[in-house]
Design a protein around this ligand. Structure first.
Ligand SMILES: [Zn+2]
Ligand SMILES: [Zn+2]
Length: 151
């Protein structure tokens, strides 16, 4: 099984060769500004399981932690599709809302909840982090060990 997605105009399509990688909701103010919306659904996937077709344009964004995020957008309609971050080589962070079946997604965690919009109530049972999770929490949230073992 794999997941597919793409931009609005159809010029860029991608495929993720994993069954159902976890996604999380980021409520930070940068994501709000980037998306012009309340939060962003992010799905980090292994770069060697991410196949993309079509022309993209990129822009570099400095992150508060000193890392640089290179965002990748469709060259035609400029929909932002994914990002690659320095220090996280081997991972591609996909904007999960660009998946064809994005309505079936449930985030495994909500991060930077201290800046979430006040009207938004997070469902019971969802993991919540006031700010950025620790590296150990990331490892657990993203089920990294089991996914690496699954090859
Ligand atoms: Zn497009
Ligand atoms: Zn964010």
């Amino acid at each position: 099984m794999s997941l597919e997605g793409g931009c609005l105009c159809g010029a860029v399509r991608y495929r993720i060769e994993e069954d159902s990688p976890p996604c999380y909701a980021c409520h930070c103010t940068e994501c709000q500004t980037h998306s012009g919306s309340a939060f962003v659904l992010q799905m980090p996937v292994f770069a060697n399981k991410f196949i993309i077709e079509g022309k993209v344009v990129t822009a570099d964004q400095d992150l508060p932690n000193g890392r640089v995020s290179t965002i990748h957008c469709c060259a035609t309609c400029l929909v932002r599709l994914f990002a690659k971050v320095t220090g996280r080589e081997g991972l591609v962070t996909v904007r999960a809302g660009t998946l064809d079946n994005s309505k079936t997604l449930t985030p495994v965690a909500h991060i930077w909840v201290r800046s979430k919009q006040e009207w938004l109530e997070i469902p019971d049972g969802h993991r919540v982090f006031e700010k950025m999770p620790s590296e150990a929490d990331w490892f657990e949230i993203l089920d990294t060990k089991n996914r690496l073992e699954a090859g």
